[in-house]
Write a protein that binds this ligand. Structure first.
Ligand code: ADP
Length: 508
């Protein structure tokens, strides 16, 4: 329903974005950055987004003026309410359900890092309530399109698809196909979906219940966050069991590169860094570098400072770096590492920092301000991911003059121009790529980076080329707008063409 708005803006496309994270309200990774920045970019292109997210403790604490717009006496066994608010520039609906979301720990895991055992119920509740809004349960607002992000929101599309109340276009964005929300078959009957949803073309997934699967089968349009990842997930190595379905839906699959929020990640105005700088004054980074070395207990010398700011997981390839540190430090490199996740990897970095005081510094934790300081003070950011749907830290690195050293996979392949001889000679190189993601190639990449770093002309040229590159949201947001328009047009055509006309058309 295209609604007339009181702001006199005429009919504006209305989108409900369903997400388990949204920066600056709640963030564990790139999903939050994207779910936070895309609505703002879409607004500039005439699309109004309302985001639907869980009322985690930290989110409830940031609400400004919440209004109850719907209540539930029994949503998956719990009392709940949908709140509406305008906070940090976002129009949001928040599912206030203390039994599900008012907990210590993270959104998905408890304080010891173990998944909440009722995650299926928590995110089914989120999806069901979001679908109710999409289907018109509120008096004064209904979206034209529902756009779900990742498995936590994916089931909302199934609730809409199998409802008899309304039929609106459904879009899913895959931010990481490795996380799928796979559960036992027995939970299916508790989801409140009709029996026919238990099908290969529905929620059933290798005999179990698949949330991401349900989203992919229920979506009209599937997007993922880079063109290369859109290809990669069609192959078994990256499809994680869903490659067959992804191939089947290939004509509806689009790879749209993520952008970055260039107000949040903006060296001239970054409040977290000591010395702000621009493309012209990037040599001022020296002060930030010095402060970063101090913060991580590293020596102040001329050796290149590699930073890592990442989830500590197998996907990110950081375990390979742990294995290599004893060989890399003697080559004349320093490392500052920030991250949390797999405790064995965290311990590996901590042990290396003991063995190499002043050369390796490790902070275990999740600290947004330090993440900014690393980009502003590091010489190079290392991203040895085994797979990477898009990756944002390399884009922040480009903008901050912190040269990305990355594997040639997914969005890393799409965004970095490797410093081969021709690219260096032309001044177009923006970083270093290596492939495949293994110990040997990672070591070679660091060796190349050290060599280039010691050639100040080449290095400064890479920094400048990176800082010039534009990964702001404008272009990518326009692609989402195109997709929204196309899918809406298809729906409008469905409604206006009577069955008999359709059959005539089909016969032509
Ligand atoms: P992913 O979403 O797979 O973790 P991305 O590169 O897409 O990877 O996004 C990661 C985001 O999380 C970036 O904004 C990055 O700065 C941030 N980040 C990762 N680890 C940390 C950390 N330990 N502290 C602060 N920010 C972090």
């Amino acid at each position: 329903m295209l609604i007339q708005h009181s702001d006199g803006g005429g009919s504006t496309m209305q989108v409900l974005s369903v997400t388990s994270e949204l920066y600056p309200l709640i963030k564990t990774g790139g999903l939050a950055d994207v779910a936070g920045a895309l609505p703002i970019a879409l607004k500039e292109q005439g699309v109004h987004v309302r985001s639907f997210l869980p009322g985690y403790r930290i989110v409830m604490g940031k609400l400004q003026n919440p209004k109850v717009v719907k209540t539930y006496r029994n949503l998956f066994g719990q009392k709940a309410a949908i709140l509406s608010d305008h906070v940090e520039g976002h129009d949001v609906f928040v599912l206030d359900c203390p039994k599900f979301f008012d907990r210590p720990g993270g959104p998905y895991v408890d304080e010891t890092g173990v998944d909440w055992e009722d995650n299926w119920r928590r995110y089914a509740a989120l999806s069901k309530a979001a679908a109710d809004v999409a289907l018109g349960c509120l008096k004064d607002w209904q979206p034209d399109i529902i756009h779900a992000h990742d498995w936590q929101a994916a089931l909302s599309l199934a609730y809409v698809r199998y409802s008899k109340l309304a039929d609106i276009p459904r879009i899913i964005t895959i931010h990481n196909l490795a996380f799928q929300g796979r559960y036992d078959a027995s939970i299916f009957k508790k989801l409140g979906l009709p029996k026919k949803a238990w099908a290969m073309n529905g929620v059933e997934y290798y005999g179990g219940t698949g949330f991401m699967k349900a989203g992919l089968t229920s979506a009209d349009v599937i997007t993922t966050v880079s063109p290369t990842y859109a290809h990669e997930i069609r192959r078994p190595e990256n499809g994680m069991g869903l490659d067959g379905l992804v191939n089947h839906r290939a004509k509806d699959l689009h790879g749209i590169l993520n952008g970055i929020d260039d107000e949040v990640w903006n060296p001239p105005e970054d409040p977290y860094i000591t010395k702000q700088y621009s493309q012209l004054t990037y040599l001022n980074r020296r002060q930030n570098r010095f402060d970063l070395e101090t913060e991580f207990g590293l020596f102040h010398d001329e050796d290149p400072l590699f930073v890592v700011c990442s989830r500590m997981t197998w996907q990110k390839g950081v375990d390979m770096l742990v294995d290599l540190l004893d060989e890399l430090v003697p080559l004349g490199a320093k490392f500052a590492v920030l991250g949390q996740g797999d405790h064995a990897i965290e311990r590996g970095f901590l042990a290396a920092s003991q063995r190499h005081p002043g050369r390796v510094g490790m902070k275990v934790g999740y600290e947004e301000p330090i993440a900014h300081r690393m980009q502003a003070g590091g010489d190079a950011i290392l991203i040895p991911s085994r797979f990477e749907p898009c990756g944002l830290t390399q884009l922040y690195g480009l903008r901050y003059g912190c040269v990305p050293v990355v594997t040639r996979v997914g969005g890393l392949a799409d965004t970095i121009i490797d410093a081969n001889e021709a690219a260096v000679a032309q001044g177009s190189a923006t970083g270093i790529q290596f492939y495949p993601p293994d110990h040997f190639q990672l070591k070679q990449a660091v060796v190349r980076a050290i060599k280039l770093y010691n050639d100040k002309t080449a290095w400064n040229s890479m920094q400048r080329a990176g800082m010039r590159s534009d990964f702001s949201w404008g272009r990518s947001a326009a692609r989402y707008v195109d997709l929204y328009r196309q899918v809406l047009a298809t729906y409008q055509e469905k409604k206006t063409i009577k069955p008999v006309q359709r059959s005539i058309r089909a016969a032509q």
